[in-house]
Ligand binder design. Sequence first.
Ligand code: NZQ
Ligand code: ZN
Length: 389
Amino acid sequence: MLDFTFHNPTRIIFGKDAQGQVGKETRAMGKKALLHYGGGSAVRSGLLDQVKASLTEAGVDFVELGGVQPNPVLSLVEKGIALCQQEDVDCILAVGGGSVIDSAKAIGVGVAMNEDIWPCFLGQKKVTATIPVGSVLTIPAAGSESSVSCVITNEDGWFKRGINSPIILPVFACINPQLTFTLPPYQVGCGCTDILAHMMERYFTNTKNVDVSDRMLEGIMRSVLLNAPITYQNPKDYDSRAEICWAGTLAHNTLLDRGRIGDWASHGIEMEISGIYDIAHGAGLAIIFPAWMRYVYRHNIPRFLQFATRVMDVDMAMDDPDAIILESIRRLENFYRSIGMPVRLSEVEIGDDRLREMAEKTVVHLGGTRGNLIPLTADDIEAIYRLAL
Ligand code: NZQ
Ligand code: ZN
């Protein structure tokens, strides 16, 4: 196990009336908030009105900026920064999913740093400050509600890039599983896939002697494999939705990767897809992760065998590790299919015309390789895209 520090101060308010606390929690961050939301689901469900009532009751003044689209873009972030500066806003409340929360995080950094923030996304400048950000979560998926990450797409070149810094950890997150009942099944599938992927990225490591985090990851991954099909089939089943919501937060709040180095190539490879094409991040991961596993598993057979036996319950003669691992990948694909996910690029009508361009973009700002289990070059990544066709 490697040396580490663990500190995740995001306060999680979880349960059936979590959003009722939002006024009080926001007031603790400041007097005037930017109320940031997406394309309309929070308006249609009545959640936004509830949030506004709670803010008003707590004495929080607010200005609004809606219209965050899935895979949020830099131009709206810049609009939000200008609005916050003009209105003298001192905190941000995001009502939505990963896209809204990420947009809020980027605005928070832009307001506090008061300079061009895109170089931070290219790793050319450090994130040094933010104004406080809190959220009411409406989809269990990205884990942004208590993560150190923020992913934004720059329309100039369609680069989808992230920043990672403890500075951007949100102050609080209100998580009421009932608020997710209105999600379309496809978004439920995408969310569950992303949650599982956050744990698989951490699980596939070369770091030795990480039994505690292995066991935690295996336990929560198994819970997602169990509860995702139930929640996909029964949108109003509170119990399975609650398990998925809590798994989504834990999967990405940095607890599960303390003392180990995760891989993260699949996320990088996927982001080129959802940065260019109109496809959800989760759906892209369901396509890329099995292809990545097939391409790299020979570099760490024991780790992939452990995944196959402990997580995917493959119970075959141990003298054929390849067969065991390939069976686990097939089971993973069947799981994705059971929650409505595509598992090939052709299923989402992506052909081979831009694969080389995407492969090169994946490594361009990272010194030529991506991933830690085995650093992948653009050639490797193109081969993975081709396996996913
Ligand atoms: O915009 P609205 O109308 O709200 O609709 C959204 C959106 O279309 C809808 N939705 C959300 N809650 C709903 C709902 N519809 C009905 N009822 C509800 N309760 O769902 C759609 C997807 O929302 P989005 O916020 O895009 O989903 P998600 O949470 O999966 O976020 C995806 C983004 O997060 C990034 C992804 O790359 C992607 O850009 N990620 C962020 C991470 C982080 N900050 O830590 C890590 C992740 O790996 C990921 O990269
Ligand atoms: Zn993700």
